[in-house]
Design a protein around this ligand. Structure first.
Ligand code: HEC
Length: 156
């Protein structure tokens, strides 16, 4: 066996090991029903947010391949931990409107692979109102304008 084939085999074996440690794609059962203010808000949420903030994730084919899979599984798990519409304790639902208003969400990397998740200004304005009507707005919503001197942010 020549050296090249040997190295290729070692790389292949390592990749299979990485593959085995890639972690599971989970979609736990949905145990919560959201009272959406409108079908549009719901549709936009499923278009731009549900992959990471619900248990109805559409796992893309490339999410099977390390190292991309590691990043995607991490983002979905972390996203669900912060805010998950599929469980009764949804988490930071009241931050949703603000995250969209300040264009923090959806996450940057997600936008590259999901152009359909991009919102134009008009869509964003409507979606923010819909999220407020559905999930409420966090108390910190106007903290950028407040003059009480404390500059607390509710982001990590
Ligand atoms: C690719 C996965 C992904 C997508 C898509 C995504 N998020 Fe997130 N989201 C995350 C992750 C990861 C976190 C936790 C880390 C952070 O706050 O940046 C998070 C955090 C949040 C939080 C909690 C913030 C807090 O203060 O704890 C809210 C609310 C949120 N996202 C709303 C949304 C909304 C609304 C959309 C759709 C417009 C969206 N996200 C799309 C991954 C995602």
């Amino acid at each position: 066996m020549n050296k090249k084939i040997k190295i290729t085999s070692i790389v292949a074996v390592l990749y299979v090991i990485a593959f085995l440690f890639t972690g599971k794609h989970t979609n736990p059962p949905v145990s919560n029903t959201v009272s959406w203010d409108s079908p549009e808000t719901e549709a936009t949420f499923y278009r731009a947010c549900a992959d990471c903030h619900s248990n109805e994730t559409k796992w893309p084919w490339y999410s099977n391949f390390p190292p991309v899979s590691w990043a995607i599984i991490l983002h979905v798990n972390e996203g669900r931990e912060h805010f998950n519409i599929s469980v009764p304790k949804m988490g930071h639902a009241d931050e949703a409107a603000e995250e969209v208003e300040f264009d923090n969400m959806p996450m940057g990397q997600y936008r590259i692979m999901h152009p359909e998740a991009l919102l134009n200004d008009a869509e964003r304005t409507i979606f923010v109102d819909g999220l407020k009507a559905t999930f409420g707005a966090s108390k910190s919503e106007n903290h950028d304008d407040d003059d009480d001197g404390d500059d607390e942010r509710h982001h990590n």
